[in-house]
Design a protein around this ligand. Structure first.
Ligand code: AMP
Ligand code: MG
Length: 465
């Protein structure tokens, strides 16, 4: 099959301590399950070939490598992580002039695999495909999905033997807070400086030195997390190795969009303390930026001054988060001129929603209609709130642009995966079409907007690796 990828690799030219060069591990029988035609065109890719996206054939111009990084996982520092089941094929400069990574995930073991098999099974591959593309359609920065390929090989997990798959992930880069941490913790200051220069050039070219980089990443992460909150998204595993320098969402493991609203909602089966609960995400984003600050401080001779400067930048982030949150939720209520005075109005609605277990997406999507009160059991309380709100003169068109009608609901993802495992990709295709235009009214997909019944509720999501 003919395939041309216009590779233009930069990471592979960094010092050898940044990565290990190795090829993906070939698989038995590569079958294309999903191919993102539009994204391929944007990347300048011509043709396709399942064997390449399964890792069985290395395409011309690729410089395959596994990246090195570390990170705090649930608050504890792990000094050595790295791509344990991912391989960066290389980079392309897309039709907008942006540099993008093309990475295979589930493509076999690497020197960083530890006890892992380097593989992924179909479930998490399709979950990431659907949820990352939905996130993009919602207008929130994210890595993308280019391809999902079945390997024809089993993968062994707790549930038993499962069908193996490889995801091709596209990212504006895979630089993480953890990439900085590994060099800082090891005292490799030259490498740390090279990395900071590389990150500035690639993502934040206007940033003035490492402190400028820190400010830019804080701003990008504040916007990102406010974006997640505005659509009821719970990332689930906001470890510093899953926190990008670009400000894109990365690592769709145990993530989920909420159905019934609750600030304390947790999905991830491995998050027993609720560290990454919905309402905790802003605080964790700040905590992660404090770790980036700690790493970048190592670049300065005058440590006292650097600590002062970095502290001021990180301490400004809660206000940035609050502003971004206010802007997002103000728009959801149709308030283009939202001010801090509107905060109680927004919070009172969320409190009513939480008390009544109202569906997050459907409540906001219906707010400008008479159907809104059906989401509440205490309708008098809602009516009183709605009275206050209407006095602010909400703009319906703004609400329609900012309140998605459809999100990838967990129970739908689960049934889509079950179907795919038995060879039926129709539910996947249908989810993908519905989620491509989340702000539109499409009655064909009304069933996908329905919250789960008691029996359909998915209690937890798994790292699913
Ligand atoms: P993640 O939960 O995907 O962020 O992964 C955390 C770390 O574990 C990363 O270093 C991964 O590369 C590694 N990892 C996860 N699953 C596997 C696997 N099946 N084989 C090897 N390494 C893995
Ligand atoms: Mg990760």
């Amino acid at each position: 099959m003919s395939l041309h990828i216009p590779f233009d690799n930069s990471y592979a030219t960094l010092p050898s301590g940044f990565f290990s060069r190795l090829d993906p591990t070939p698989v038995k029988d590569a079958q294309m399950l999903a191919w993102n035609e539009k994204l391929a065109a944007e990347l300048g890719i011509e043709g396709t070939d399942p064997t390449v996206f399964a890792g069985s054939r290395v395409p011309d111009g690729a410089a395959p490598l596994a990246q090195l990084y570390a990170g705090h996982q649930f608050g504890s520092y792990n000094p050595q992580l790295g791509d344990g089941r991912a391989i960066l094929l290389g980079e392309v400069v897309d039709t907008h002039g942006e540099r993008r990574d093309i990475q295979l995930k589930g493509s076999g073991p690497t020197p960083y695999s530890r006890m892992g098999d380097g593989r992924a099974w179909l479930g998490p591959v399709l979950r990431e495909y659907v949820v990352s593309e939905a996130m993009h359609a919602l207008g929130i920065p994210t890595t993308r999905a280019l391809a999902a390929v079945a390997t024809g090989e089993p993968v062994y997990r707790e549930q038993g033997a499962l069908p193996g798959a490889v995801l091709t992930r596209v990212a504006s880069s895979h630089l993480r807070v953890g990439t900085f941490q590994i060099f800082a913790h090891r005292g490799q200051i030259d490498e740390l400086r090279t990395l900071a220069d590389y990150a500035i050039a690639r993502h934040h070219p206007d940033a003035d030195g490492p402190m400028g980089l820190l400010s830019a990443v804080c701003a990008a992460q504040a916007e990102l997390v406010a974006g997640w909150m505005s659509v009821g998204f719970i990332h689930g595993v906001m470890n510093t190795d899953n926190c990008t320098i670009s400000g894109e969402t990365i690592d769709y493991g145990p993530c989920a969009f909420m159905d019934a609203f609750h600030e304390g909602r947790v999905f991830s089966s491995i998050d027993q303390m609720g560290r990454y609960a919905f309402g905790n995400q802003p605080r964790i984003a700040v905590w992660n930026m404090a770790q980036l600050a700690t790493a970048l401080i190592q670049l300065f001779d005058d440590k006292d001054q650097a600590v002062k400067d970095a502290t001021a930048i990180v301490h400004a982030m809660p206000q940035q988060l609050e502003d971004a949150w206010l802007h997002r939720f103000g728009a959801k209520l149709g308030l283009a001129d939202v001010t801090a005075d509107d905060q109680p109005l927004i919070e009172d609605l969320l409190n009513l929603m939480q008390a009544d277990g109202a569906d997050f997406t459907n409540t906001f999507a219906a707010l400008h209609t008479d159907a809104a009160r059906d989401q509440f059991t205490d309708r008098d309380a809602f009516d009183t709130w709605a009275q206050r709100w209407s006095q602010r003169g909400p703009a319906v068109d703004l609400m329609q642009r900012t309140n998605p009608r459809i999100i990838p609901r967990n129970h739908r993802i689960e049934t889509m995966i079950e179907a795919a495992v038995s060879g039926d990709m129709v539910p996947f295709e249908r989810l993908m079409s519905a989620l491509a235009t989340p702000y539109d009214v499409h009655s064909d997909f009304d069933d996908l907007r329905r919250p789960p019944t008691q029996a359909e509720i998915v209690p937890a999501t798994f790292c699913g690796t």
